[in-house]
Design a protein around this ligand. Structure first.
Ligand SMILES: Cc1cc2nc3c(=O)[nH]c(=O)nc-3n(C[C@H](O)[C@H](O)[C@H](O)COP(=O)(O)OP(=O)(O)OC[C@H]3O[C@@H](n4cnc5c(N)ncnc54)[C@H](O)[C@@H]3O)c2cc1C
Length: 396
C-alpha cells in the first residue's frame, strides 16, 4: 500500500497543532504530511487586538512556521488555497498547483460575519491577520496626524462595532494607546472618542453579569462610551448609522461583531451554518470519512446548553491534539477517540493590567485576571512550539 497523504490546510491554532502533534507521533515513513498556509508565518490570532491598537509590535505576534516543524516529517507549502475538490480528493492553490490527499484537515479559520449590514465589508476594518492589524495601526496614527491639519472631530472618533470578546479586548488596548498618541501628536485627549456599539442588551453576551459590570466600569473609566441594544444599520465612508437613526461620524470603524467559517468550506459544497460545518464526534464532515475540520470552521454543540461552542483558540488547539491522535490511529489501525472539549475557563483582557475571567467556576478580576491571561497566552505558545517558542515570545 502507498504511504497515506495527509494534507493540512491552514497553520492557525487548529492546523498547526495537528501538524506538530503528528510529527511527534508518526514515524517519517508512516505518512506524507503537507501543511499549506497563506503566509510563511503563524500568527497568534488571540493577540491581534494588541498590534491593531499599536500596543505591541506585530512581529512579536508571529513565528516562522518552519521553525516549529520537523521538515523531515512535515512538508510546508506557502500557498493560498482557492478550492477544495472533494470528489477528486485534491486542493487547488492560487499558484495553479494542485495537491492530492487521502486525509484532508481543514483549518482555514474564519472571516468576518457582517449579518448583511450594508457597507461593513466595504468601509470597516477587521482584526483578522497581521496585515489587517498593521493597516489598522497605521490608519489610527494617520488619523491623529491628519487631525492636526484639519481639526475634523470624526478623525479622532473611533467606532468598534461589536462588544464581544474581540471588541472588548480591542477597546481596552485602544484606550491605553490613546494617551500615548495624544502626547505624540500634541492632541487634547478630550477630543478623542471611542464608541463600542453592541446590538445585544449587554456587552460580552453570555458572560457573568458581575464580570460584565466590572469590564464596563473599567473601560468607561478609560474613556470608552458604550452603546448597547443599538444595532448598526449601515456603515458608510462617513461613519455609521444606527438602527435608532443616530449617525456617528467617524473615519475609523472596526468591525468585531462576529465571525463565520472560511468561505472556501461553503464553496466546496459542504453543508454549513454560518460557514461552519457541524462535524461528527471525530471532527469529520458528515458523509466524508476522509475530511476533518478543526478550529473556527468546525461547529460542535455544547450538550449542556444545546448551543454551539463559540469558536476559540482553546478549542482549536484541543481539536488539533485530538485529530493528530485519531489520524495516527487511522494509519496504524487503532480506535478513534471522540472529541470532547475540556474548557479551562475564559479570560478577556481590558488593557494593561486589567482583565476579567472565569476559571473553572471562579470569577477573577483586575491584575489577577491579567496575570492569568498571560499564563494562558504563554501556555498556548508552549503547546505549539515548546520551550523555545515561549522563550522567544513570552508575555511577561
Ligand atoms: C483579537 C482576538 C482575540 C481573541 N482572543 C481569544 C482568546 O483570548 N481565547 C481564545 O480561545 N480565542 C480567542 N480568539 C479566537 C481565536 O483566535 C480563534 O478562535 C482561533 O484563532 C481559531 O483558530 P483556527 O485554527 O480555526 O484559525 P486561525 O488561527 O485563524 O488560523 C487560520 C489560518 O489559515 C490561514 N488561511 C486562511 N485562509 C487561507 C487560504 N485561503 N489559504 C491558505 N491559508 C489560509 C491563515 O493565514 C491562518 O494561518 C480571539 C480572536 C481574536 C480575533
Amino acid at each position: 500500500m502507498s504511504t497515506p497523504k495527509i494534507l493540512i490546510l491552514g497553520a492557525g491554532y487548529g492546523g498547526l497543532m495537528t501538524a506538530v502533534r503528528l510529527q511527534k507521533q508518526l514515524n517519517y515513513n508512516e505518512a506524507e504530511i503537507t501543511l499549506v498556509n497563506k503566509h510563511d508565518y503563524h500568527y497568534f490570532t488571540t493577540w491581534l487586538h494588541e498590534p491593531a491598537a499599536g500596543t505591541k509590535d506585530p512581529d512579536q505576534c508571529r513565528v516562522e512556521i518552519v521553525d516549529l516543524l520537523d521538515t523531515s516529517k512535515v512538508k510546508f507549502v506557502k500557498g493560498t488555497v482557492t478550492e477544495i475538490k472533494r470528489e477528486e480528493k485534491n486542493v487547488l492553490l492560487q499558484s495553479g498547483e494542485s495537491l492530492s490527499y487521502d486525509y484532508l484537515v481543514i483549518g482555514l479559520g474564519s472571516e468576518p460575519e457582517t449579518f448583511g449590514i450594508q457597507g461593513l465589508k466595504e468601509h470597516a476594518f477587521s482584526i483578522r491577520s497581521i496585515n489587517s492589524v498593521r493597516e489598522i495601526r497605521e490608519h489610527i496614527e494617520y488619523c491623529f496626524a491628519k487631525y492636526k491639519m484639519e481639526k475634523r472631530p470624526e478623525l479622532l472618533t473611533f467606532i468598534v462595532g461589536g462588544a464581544g470578546f474581540t471588541g472588548i479586548e480591542f477597546v481596552g488596548e485602544l484606550s491605553d494607546r490613546v494617551p500615548e498618541l495624544c502626547k505624540e501628536f500634541d492632541v487634547d485627549p478630550s477630543v478623542v472618542k471611542i464608541y463600542n456599539i453592541e446590538a445585544a442588551p449587554t456587552v460580552l453576551p453570555g458572560f457573568d453579569p458581575e464580570l460584565v459590570n466590572y469590564a464596563m466600569e473599567v473601560l468607561s473609566r478609560k474613556g470608552v462610551t458604550f452603546k448597547i441594544s443599538t444595532p448598526i444599520k449601515e456603515c458608510t465612508p462617513e461613519g455609521v448609522v444606527l438602527a435608532d437613526g443616530e449617525e456617528i461620524k467617524s473615519t475609523t470603524v472596526v468591525w468585531t461583531g462576529g465571525v463565520r467559517g472560511n468561505a472556501i468550506i461553503e464553496n466546496a459544497g459542504f453543508e454549513t451554518m454560518r460557514g461552519r460545518v457541524k462535524v461528527d464526534p471525530y471532527l469529520r464532515a458528515p458523509g466524508h470519512e476522509d475530511v476533518f475540520i478543526v478550529g473556527d470552521g468546525a461547529l460542535i454543540i455544547n450538550e449542556e446548553t444545546d448551543r454551539p461552542y463559540p469558536p476559540t483558540a482553546q478549542i482549536a488547539i484541543q481539536q488539533g491534539e485530538n485529530l493528530a491522535q485519531n489520524l495516527t490511529a487511522l494509519i496504524r489501525g487503532g480506535e478513534l477517540k471522540a472529541f470532547v472539549p475540556a474548557l479551562k475557563g475564559t479570560v478577556a483582557s481590558l488593557g494593561k493590567g486589567e482583565a476579567i475571567g472565569l476559571v473553572g467556576d471562579k470569577k477573577i478580576f483586575g491584575s489577577t485576571a491579567a496575570l492569568m491571561k498571560k499564563v494562558i497566552d504563554n501556555r498556548s505558545l508552549y503547546m505549539l512550539g515548546g520551550l523555545s517558542l515561549v522563550l522567544k515570545k513570552v508575555k511577561l
